[in-house]
Design a binder for this molecule. Structure first.
Ligand SMILES: Cc1cc2nc3c(=O)[nH]c(=O)nc-3n(C[C@H](O)[C@H](O)[C@H](O)COP(=O)(O)OP(=O)(O)OC[C@H]3O[C@@H](n4cnc5c(N)ncnc54)[C@H](O)[C@@H]3O)c2cc1C
Length: 519
């Protein structure tokens, strides 16, 4: 049997949120284990963030940012969280990203100090700073250097968290404070050798990112299988707003994948056109190409249906060749290798699942409803995004709640020394059937795309629920009969998260933001 590992803090996920929490807690003396299910530390959606991060534009202030967040969120946001992010967000960008990590955000002019503020949909002012179109990648590279050199941080790559270790009943040996449910760490699978390792921790942080992979078309990375929500759900942790799934309006329409075409392309003057070269967004919203994401995504979808076409087009050929190549190097390269020269031709685009606005309910410090458990980043629901997220606020939210949860962990972990006994996991020996796994993924992705997608109705949602519940029973059955592997853990989590989203969608009888019901 593999012996349990003990630490002060275990963080699941090495995206922006998890990494910032790890550094913050470790800086104040906590021993931190950070795990990721990929072979490399660089994983999840954070390194793929293109557009940038909200900062503070000229003539900008807390009130204006708050107003834009609330409006984009269909006024369904939790006001204290919006107040917090609009006040603390820009300060923490300055403190952590600009001053401590020395990230070189793009300047207005070479050699000058003025930052280049770009615009994205539903922002009333230019306030987004960026590293061309590779913002997430540049930030994560700098952060990983810090993680690797920190003596209080231990990194476990190629480790898949299976479930939370919880104690749901009063135990005779426990301290008084654990007469209520609490989390004591995780059990985790070493993907390489198949060992199942308990990691005991005074504080556990879920920073597992998004869930886009449960849909057929998504901008999200392979890792985004909704693991955190599923783990929390199984442990009885409160989740909210799961019905609000944001679709990015513009991803590349091609055979290979759904590469994201950043909103900042429209912020810089790109326009959406149909197959007859006609602009169409002004028919749908006064902000036209820069309307909130949910509106642009649905407008594109409706235009595609009306014209019976599989995509629309995004045209930025009004800008010159060198400007485009310099401002959007990554988008230029990635569209070019897929056969499209965006300097000469409009880019074919379709909407795809991009972001989960809901998640594990947390307070202003990232605390969940389960004692000793935190959730941060995309897996959490702080209430900032309401029913629809304002562009470029997700990195900001990961930064703010990563930092504040790290601080809170340091402050509040003095009394948390109790750990319940661990009963070793007896694994099965039977191997999984890989073809069944891939077929189940297809059923899951198609069901979510067709029935819990951009435009929903009760009948479709009920059909999804029937299919998903049956699938979940089947998957659970062979989960307990086969040798554990990353593939089966992810599939079990994916279907669990899909069931939770569908349930939330069924319970929400009115359209709001990204949850759009049509009779
Ligand atoms: C293409 C793209 C472009 C984007 N552009 C922007 C942008 O310009 N601005 C903006 O603000 N936002 C943007 N977003 C959204 C933003 O990138 C994400 O919401 C944010 O990075 C989430 O950070 P995170 O730390 O919560 O999760 P992630 O960065 O997704 O990290 C999740 C981590 O959890 C790990 N993990 C998951 N499950 C397990 C498990 N069971 N066991 C172990 N490890 C696990 C993963 O391996 C990974 O390390 C974009 C998203 C995408 C997909």
């Amino acid at each position: 049997m593999v012996k349990p590992v003990k630490t002060d803090v275990v963080i699941i996920g090495s995206g922006l949120a998890g990494s910032i929490a790890a550094i913050t807690a470790a800086n104040e003396g906590k021993n931190v284990i950070i795990i990721t299910k990929t072979k490399n530390l660089k994983s999840g959606n954070s390194p793929y963030a293109q557009g940038g991060i909200v900062y503070k534009g000229k003539l900008d202030n807390q009130k204006k940012l708050k107003k834009d967040i609330m409006k984009a969120g269909a006024e369904h946001c939790w006001e204290p969280a919006v107040d917090l992010i609009s006040k603390q967000g820009p300060k923490l960008v300055k403190k952590i990203l600009i001053d401590e990590l020395n990230i070189e955000f793009e300047k207005k002019e070479e050699g000058k100090n003025d930052l280049d503020f770009t615009l994205e949909a539903a922002h009333s002012i230019n306030r987004i700073i960026h590293c061309k179109d590779k913002t997430g990648n540049v930030i994560q590279d700098k952060i990983f250097n810090k993680l690797k050199e920190h003596q209080n941080i231990t990194i476990y790559t190629n480790q898949t968290a299976i479930d939370l270790l919880t104690l749901t009943h009063h135990s005779k040996n426990s301290l008084d404070i654990y007469r209520k449910p609490a989390c004591f760490g995780i059990i985790s699978l070493d993907n390489q050798n198949g060992n199942i390792i308990p990691i005991y921790a005074q504080k556990t942080v879920l920073a597992t990112g998004g869930l886009g992979q449960i849909y057929l078309h998504t901008t999200n990375t392979r890792e985004s299988t909704g693991d955190g929500i599923a783990m929390a759900w199984r442990a009885g942790v409160r989740c909210i707003n799961l019905q609000y799934i944001q679709f990015h309006p513009t991803t590349l329409y091609c055979d290979q994948d759904r590469f994201l075409i950043s909103e900042s392309l429209r912020g810089e003057g790109g326009v959406l056109i149909n197959d007859k070269n006609e602009e169409f967004m002004h028919q749908f919203h006064p902000q036209a190409n820069l309307a909130p994401r949910d509106i642009v995504a649905r407008s594109i979808y409706q235009t595609m249906l009306k014209n019976n076409r599989p995509c629309v087009f995004l045209d930025i050929t009004n800008k010159n060749f060198n400007w485009i190549k310099n401002r959007f190097p990554s988008i230029y390269k990635n569209t070019f290798i897929r056969g499209i020269d965006m300097t000469k031709k409009p880019i074919p685009v379709v909407p795809a699942v991009h972001y989960s606005c809901g998640g594990i309910k947390v307070d202003l410090k990232g605390k969940t409803s389960l004692s000793r458990l935190y959730a941060i980043g995309e897996v959490a629901c702080t209430g900032v995004h309401g029913a629809n997220r304002l562009a470029s606020t997700s990195l900001l939210e990961s930064l703010v709640w990563g930092y504040l949860s790290g601080k809170d962990i340091v402050k509040s972990s003095k009394k948390d020394h109790y750990f319940p006994p661990y009963l070793p996991w007896i694994d099965e020996t039977k191997k999984i059937d890989r073809s069944l796994i891939s077929k189940d993924w297809l059923t899951l992705k198609n069901t979510m795309w067709n029935y819990v997608g951009l435009i929903r109705n009760r009948h479709r949602l009920q059909r999804a629920q029937t299919i998903l519940k049956h699938l979940m029973t089947e998957i659970d059955d062979y989960y307990y009969k086969c040798k554990l592997s990353k593939e089966i853990i992810e599939l079990r989590n994916g279907v669990q998260t899909a069931v939770a989203i569908t349930l939330a969608a069924l319970e929400t009888r009115n359209s709001k933001g990204t949850h759009f019901l049509k009779k």
